[in-house]
Design a protein. Structure first.
Length: 240
């Protein structure tokens, strides 16, 4: 018997975005897409979940979250003047040289489509976005990188496909652990394999990482998977 779910889909954009790679120390490098944990925070901000509850509500067994790249990812760099808090637990400006300059890699004018399914929260996300509302200010990584929701959200029904004999055009990144066959490489694609945090505790301790395959141009990724979701408009997605 086929499994069906209803997804909420909405488009997200910003002037800049930054989703920091945790292993980049001297220069703040960014993932090309928001991590599952970043999207959990964004969705929690829309409906106003307390920070301690947000991560618990978006675990793998409760929520399906997928992201599609709508425009080719373009990176740039900014030098930000930050307050130097090293050896300064009070966070008050030091008497001498109170600032430090940090170079950030940023995504320029990103555009993503987010797909979200949850037994109770998906309806609340849809209602808030349909009103053009959000409880807390949504951002794309850093607090000052304010997110914009384009157009109106959509409710889309989907069916879970378990046919592993084909290469469906997946509009979203896929977990490499879910690939059970080959990959049809597009010579015009720009592929990356990314190891990103997938779940974390309220104290920001990461409890699970996942590796993903993504085409940063926004072209579909063609792989054989054990299962994926096909929306009623024909779009194929794989949750983060």
């Amino acid at each position: 018997m086929s499994i069906t779910r209803e997804f909420v889909a909405f488009d997200l954009s910003a002037e800049y975005a930054h989703y920091r790679r945790p292993y980049a120390i001297t220069t703040a490098l960014s993932f090309p897409i928001p991590t599952r944990t970043a999207l959990s925070g964004l969705l929690g901000a829309i409906v106003g979940l307390p920070k301690n509850e947000t991560l618990a509500e978006f675990t793998d067994n409760k929520a399906l979250i997928a992201v599609q790249v709508l425009e080719p990812v373009r990176f740039g760099h900014l030098s930000l003047n930050l307050l130097d808090t090293k050896d300064n637990p009070t966070f008050r400006p030091k008497a001498e040289n109170p600032h430090t300059i940090m170079r950030y890699e940023v995504i320029r004018e990103p555009r993503y489509r987010i797909f979200f399914a949850h037994d109770s929260l998906a309806a609340r996300v849809y209602e808030m976005l349909a009103r053009g509302d959000s409880v807390y200010t949504p951002c794309c990584g850093l607090a000052w990188m304010i997110a914009t929701f384009e157009g109106l959200p959509r409710r889309i029904s989907a069916i879970q496909i378990t046919d592993s004999s084909t290469f469906p055009p997946l509009a979203t990144p896929v977990r490499t652990s879910a690939i059970i066959g080959g990959v049809e490489w597009n010579p015009d694609g720009v592929y990356q394999r990314l190891r990103m945090p997938a779940e974390m505790q309220p104290d920001r301790t990461v409890t699970r990482h996942e590796e993903y395959l993504i085409d940063t141009t926004g072209r579909p990724v063609r792989v054989t998977l054990g299962n994926y979701w096909k929306l009623n408009d024909g779009t194929c997605i794989s949750p983060l």
